[in-house]
Write a protein that binds this ligand. Structure first.
Ligand code: GLN
Length: 204
């Protein structure tokens, strides 16, 4: 029996979801824009893009996706959050709006807009040994940082002592936008997590 190919969902409520789809397309990975709860049954992993975490949280509530995504993430389902997506995946946020909805999946505390208004956006080469020796070009756009990590969280990258990439089991998160770096190594790293998870849990 032939195996079903991997299918990765990209949450498409708002924000930079198209760029993730493009990079996965270029890697030959099948993708789907996720907007409805029913679509979650059909995917092997999910990317939560950058955008605006306060808006994304409201929309997830409105489309009844917040609880469904939380359950998925807590069950070991692979998820990759970038920038606002990382904020969504964190258990706690500083400088969020009061009552801002979060998925509360990773044992991390994020600080929104941590680089302040003056340095809204910048780029920096990062050492990320998990994905290879060559530095990864990080594009930071009104980026959060990770103030602290607990539990079984692995720190994958820092920028000037600030934690900017982490992994906890099958959950991956970056402060920066790997989808616009012209370098697919973070997406390959995630696809690898998804493949391993699918081998063990996927229905085929
Ligand atoms: N500052 C945004 C937020 O709080 C994140 C910015 C981004 O995703 N590029 O959600």
């Amino acid at each position: 029996m032939s195996k079903k190919p991997l299918k990765i969902g990209v949450l498409a409520m708002q924000g930079a979801f198209e760029e993730h789809i493009q990079i996965l397309d270029s890697m030959g990975i099948e993708t789907i824009e996720v907007r409805l709860k029913d679509q979650l049954a059909d995917i092997d992993g999910l990317i939560i893009p950058g955008g605006e975490s306060t808006t994304m949280g409201k929309m997830l509530n409105r489309y009844d996706l917040l609880e469904a995504l939380r359950e998925k993430g807590n069950s070991g389902f692979p998820m990759f959050g970038t920038c606002a997506g990382m904020i969504m995946m964190s258990k706690k946020v500083e400088d969020g709006l009061p009552g801002q909805p979060l998925l509360e999946l990773m044992d991390i505390t994020t600080i929104r807009n941590a680089f302040g208004r003056q340095i809204e956006s910048f780029e920096a080469d990062l050492d990320v040994s998990e994905i290879g020796e060559r530095p990864f070009h990080g594009v930071f756009i009104r980026a959060p940082i990770i103030k602290c990590v607990n539990g079984t969280v692995d720190v994958l990258a820092r920028f000037e002592n600030n934690i900017v990439a982490v992994r906890q089991d099958n959950l991956l998160a970056t402060s920066f936008h790997p989808e616009i770096a012209g370098d697919s190594r973070f997406h390959e790293y995630f696809v690898n997590i998804v493949e391993k998870w699918k081998e063990m849990h996927g229905k085929d």
